[in-house]
Design a binder for this molecule. Structure first.
Ligand code: TEU
Ligand code: CA
Length: 559
């Protein structure tokens, strides 16, 4: 099953926040081109590019109004072609973000579709009559607040939008629509892109009965059992493979909220001819309370270990894991799973990277993760830009479910803008991201946390990531080694092994700010230390091996 991307590392760019080349305060494609040598230096091989297509930016590009034009704010198709050529010249592959569960309501397909019931594009979207009492077809809650149904006066029907009302869901039951999507995908592959990250791709098949869901605290119903992993999702994915992907050497990853291991085997099994890997959400949902991420609770390391172990063992030999701590929808890894207090920030960042990058799967590094960027705490909701946070703030406080203070604190912990503050390039004004006014404020800690500083310090997180990425290419055990969890019940350390023939990779990570001891059956004093965030060799006492706060070691030894 050896595929080139099994020992590659993917770097995600969120273009709006990556690098502004023309001083308008918004990241752009020429800004990306300027920084390609930096990514080459890191050692990554694939760039997952969040959407750069034409969009009104209701959801920052995840609402596409033209799949084959470049967003005005990001530049031109010529800029794009130049960036693609330069990336490919440097040996960097571009993975585009395919958002085909929905378009923007400003896409010409939707403009035509809403014009009349007789429009030939009517059935490209999901239109239903009101209930006899005039209410929407179901009471389902939309991901970004309110109902999933928006009434359209012109034709007296509702259209479905699982996200914002400016993101109408496409009707995948319509064959003409599907084939328009396939042609668009082929056009991008013919330009030389390497593949696709497929946005909420397990939502494209809906239960045709549109049954009501369970009542939620918000007063809407939970329709998610009826639009995740739906009845025809595998038919559609196999058709995408057959009509498009089979003709190219691609890398594909499906973003799949609510996917479990058994379903993932069907999505990523090599014989299934669907996708190469999926993003699951089990670990990033840790601690979710009765209002999901807006009521974040403590999480337990034993829970995290159970989740990673379920996926490592579950997909072993029959599928392939993606490995990630964060992305543009998630808080910063160090703040979420590590410790962003100054004395532990870098060390816990290296510990998290060690823990993740030694697992079986393809690692994804989110922009800024490689220099240890952290969450931000803006005082006012007015400083936030993400419609998910802003809509939730108003809906949940208006309904009296959370106070404004509780909501702001939840946004500080789990809001998506934590990942969307501008990339911190230097200690210059606006962190060197722009010479203009940034579209969202820069994290005020940029004078201490920035690329220029990281590149100047050989002990920075950047060079640690570079080393991890290189190790993955050097040792077959990273790709093929069988995973084995050790000390499953401990709440302080994550210790696991990877075994390949007579080789054993032993990974020890301390997720706490305490000194701990770990007893091991293997003799680590004779092992080769591949990488560590410590300046000294591991010590052994009668209580076992000593791990300092947020200490991490990876050893290679012969059985
Ligand atoms: O995200 C899918 C998704 O489920 C998000 O709503 C995410 O889980 C949530 O924001 C976490 O709280 C994809 C894209 O990654 C996201 O940026 C888009 O907003 C969304 O789809 C709609 O395209
Ligand atoms: Ca710009």
């Amino acid at each position: 099953m050896g595929k080139w991307w099994q020992n590659s590392t993917v770097y995600q760019i969120y273009p709006r926040s990556f690098n502004d080349s023309n001083g308008d305060g918004i990241g752009d494609i020429n800004g990306i081109t300027e920084r390609l040598p930096y990514l080459k230096q890191l050692g990554i091989e694939v760039i997952w590019l969040s959407p750069v297509y034409q969009s009104p930016n209701d959801d920052n590009g995840y609402d596409i109004s033209d799949y084959e034009a470049i967003m005005d704010e990001f530049g031109t198709m010529e800029d794009y072609d130049r960036m693609l050529a330069e990336a490919n010249r440097l040996g960097l592959k571009i993975m585009m973000d395919l958002v085909v569960n929905h378009t923007s309501d400003e896409h010409h397909w939707f403009i035509e579709s809403r014009q009349s019931k007789a429009s030939e594009k009517r059935d490209y979207y999901i239109w239903h009559d009101p209930k006899t009492n005039g209410e929407p077809p179901t009471n389902w809650a939309a991901a970004f607040g309110g109902s999933v149904w928006e009434f359209d006066e012109a034709t007296g029907q509702y259209y479905l939008h699982l996200f914002s009302k400016k993101q109408p869901d496409l009707n995948w039951e319509n064959e003409n629509m599907r084939h328009d999507i396939y042609q668009m995908m082929r056009n991008w592959l013919d330009k030389g892109v390497a593949g696709f990250r497929m946005d909420v791709i397990n939502m494209i098949s809906k239960d045709p009965r549109y049954p009501e869901g369970e009542l939620l605290k918000t007063g809407y119903n939970d329709g998610s059992p009826y639009y995740f992993n739906g009845p025809k999702v595998h038919d559609f994915l196999q058709e995408i493979h057959q009509e498009v992907l089979a003709d190219y050497e691609t890398i594909t990853v499906g973003e799949m909220p609510n996917v479990n291991v058994d379903q993932a085997k069907l999505y990523t099994g090599e014989d299934r001819k669907e996708l190469d890997m999926v993003f699951h959400f089990d670990h990033v949902g840790l601690g979710d309370g009765e209002l999901g991420k807006w009521t974040p609770k403590e999480w337990k390391l034993t829970e995290l270990k159970k989740i990673f172990t379920r996926w490592q063992e579950g997909l072993d030999q029959v599928g392939w894991n993606s490995l990630y701590w964060s992305n543009h929808d998630q808080p910063r890894a160090i703040s979420r799973f590590g410790d962003d207090r100054a004395q532990y920030r870098e060390k816990s960042g290296k510990m998290l990277a060690t823990c993740l990058h030694m697992l079986k799967g393809t690692p994804y590094v989110f922009q800024g993760e490689e220099i240890g960027m952290t969450n931000v705490k803006f005082d006012s909701i007015d400083d936030y830009r993400d419609l998910e946070s802003i809509n939730a703030y108003h809906e949940l406080t208006d309904k009296g479910l959370l106070t404004e203070d509780e909501m702001i604190r939840a946004i500080h912990q789990r809001g998506r803008d934590n990942a969307r503050t501008p990339m911190q390039w230097s200690s210059e004004n606006h962190a060197g991201f722009t010479t203009g006014e940034p579209w969202i404020k820069v994290n005020p800690n940029y004078p201490d946390i920035n690329v220029k500083d990281a590149l100047a310090r050989e002990d920075s997180i950047f060079y640690y990531y570079k080393q991890l990425i290189e190790l993955r290419k050097q040792h077959e055990i990273f790709v093929k080694g069988r995973y084995q969890l050790l000390h499953p019940d401990r709440e302080d350390v994550y210790v696991y092994e990877r075994v390949l023939d007579d080789q054993v990779l032993v990974v020890l990570t301390n997720f706490t700010d305490q000194v701990v001891s770990v007893d091991m059956t293997v003799d680590l004093t004779k092992a080769t230390c591949l990488i560590t965030n410590e300046t000294e060799a591991i010590k052994q006492t009668e209580a076992g091996y000593t791990l300092q706060p947020y200490g991490a070691y990876a050893f290679l030894l012969k059985r």
